[in-house]
Design a protein around this ligand. Structure first.
Ligand SMILES: NC(=O)c1ccc[n+]([C@@H]2O[C@H](COP(=O)([O-])OP(=O)(O)OC[C@H]3O[C@@H](n4cnc5c(N)ncnc54)[C@H](OP(=O)(O)O)[C@@H]3O)[C@@H](O)[C@H]2O)c1
Length: 401
């Protein structure tokens, strides 16, 4: 194991900037996140809902009846002085109980301009996380969401609609990563866990909430799906085996159940690291397909991003201990692709709220001076035909078609 770690670090010195050859000697995700920046409780539903309603009543804002779509509160609310000010934006962030999601929730809540709906599977963990991050009570609400269950996704959407909140921005951030799994595990509906959670759960969620987003009267309404460099084979990190590859989508079409079909999108043998990367390709394809289908009609900004390598987050919890020990210094000092959770949170918060980042269909990245730029997606992650096919299959799998 020490040897493996040593080779992980020493090999890094010989990485050519655009090279593919040396990258192929790395196994799994040892270079996860190397970037080329220069060029390119179940939830306590009732208390949550009550708190939402109380806050909205205080502001004389109409509460929407259960599942019926009515107009969202006026974007300008009168202050005591009679001066009209912009109301708080309402942003839903999935997986806000740790890492990037939590840091983004904190960055947005701190501005005082956003109310964050923390859409999390573990209510108590989310509550503790919000407290320890210093997010004040009036700036967040926790709602239960387990993306590995389509029933839970539908339940979340129902709870959200009943809360009476407008939806101004939806951030699909949560993810699971199982690089050391020998066998696949499955969602409630029997889809391989990484793709089922990271892609299919978010696919259903964003489709069901699209109309709510569309009804928002906020100056800029956005749907953001977090991507990753590891799904992009036009990068060094994306060339670390196993590479993302959706193939002809035969495994996805078969339902990823590992019984009468493969658990992998391309129909191959199970590989946990690849399943994660494939799910990220789906995330990026989904964002672009949303853009093509709905941007013109709705004015919603659809975006994806790679926030940098946040080597310290819980995403790597299932990796071997030595990897977790060496990965952060490797990213900090060797690849220089490392970003802190705070910095990554600020980056995603920019994509949520910056008036300059309203362009739709963009995959954002940041250079070494932390300036945002429109990055290029790999050939597969920008393949329109594949995006359409993936969308249509996903619709069937989640029961929308
Ligand atoms: N870390 C990086 O270097 C990096 C780089 C590029 C992109 N990203 C992306 O950044 C996003 C956030 O990752 P992270 O690094 O912040 O990892 P993280 O700290 O592990 O956060 C992942 C979040 O997803 C939640 N989650 C997992 N399964 C869920 C489910 N079934 N239902 C609802 N929530 C679920 C987790 O909830 P629990 O707290 O309950 O576990 C956690 O809040 C992911 O989309 C990842 O692909 C990360």
């Amino acid at each position: 194991m020490a040897l493996q770690a040593a080779s992980l670090v020493s090999s890094a010195f010989s990485i050519p900037k655009e090279g593919k050859s040396s990258a192929s000697s790395f196994k799994d995700s040892s270079l996860f996140g190397v970037s080329l920046p220069d060029h390119h409780a179940k939830a306590d539903f009732s208390s949550s809902v009550l708190r939402c309603k109380r806050e909205f009543n205080q502001r004389n804002v109409a509460i929407r009846a259960q599942t019926t779509a009515t107009t969202s509160p006026a974007v300008n609310v009168a202050s005591p002085s009679g001066k009209k000010t912009l109301r708080k934006g309402c942003v839903v962030i999935t997986g806000a109980s740790s890492g990037l999601g939590l840091a983004t929730a904190k960055a947005l809540a701190e501005t005082g301009k956003w109310h964050v709906i923390m859409a999390c599977r573990d209510f108590l963990k989310a509550e503790r996380a919000a407290k320890s991050a210093g997010i004040t009570k009036e700036n967040y609400t926790i709602m239960h969401l387990d993306l590995s269950s389509l029933d839970s996704v539908r339940q979340f959407v129902d709870t959200f609609k009943r809360s009476g909140r407008p939806l101004d921005v939806l951030v699909c951030n949560a993810a699971v990563y199982q690089p050391t799994a020998k066998e696949p595990s499955y969602t409630a509906e029997g889809f391989e866990l990484s793709v089922g959670t990271n892609h299919l759960g978010h696919f259903l969620l964003s489709r069901l909430l699209l109309d709510d987003l569309n009804q928002s009267d906020y100056p800029s309404k956005r749907l953001i799906i977090v991507g990753s460099i590891t799904g992009n084979t036009n990068t060094l990190a994306g060339n670390v085996p196993p590479k993302a590859n959706l193939g002809d989508l035969r495994g996805l079409a078969g339902g990823l159940n590992g019984l009468n079909t493969s658990s992998m999108i391309d129909g191959g043998d199970f590989d946990g690291a690849k399943a994660y990367k494939d799910s990220k390709v789906c995330n990026m394809l989904t964002m672009q397909e949303f853009h093509r289908r709905y941007h013109e009609e709705t004015g919603i900004t659809f975006a994806s991003l790679y926030p940098g390598c946040i080597a310290t987050t819980g995403l790597f919890r299932e990796h071997i201990p030595l990897f977790r020990l060496l990965f952060p210094p490797f990213q900090k000092y060797i690849t220089k692709g490392y970003v802190s959770e705070d910095e990554a949170g600020k980056r995603l918060a920019q994509v949520v709220s910056e008036p300059s980042l309203t362009k739709s269909g963009v995959y954002w990245s940041w250079n070494k001076d932390s300036a945002s730029f429109e990055n290029q997606l790999s050939k597969e992650a920008s393949d329109e035909k594949k995006a359409r096919k993936m969308w249509e299959i996903s619709e069937k799998l989640v029961g929308l078609a």
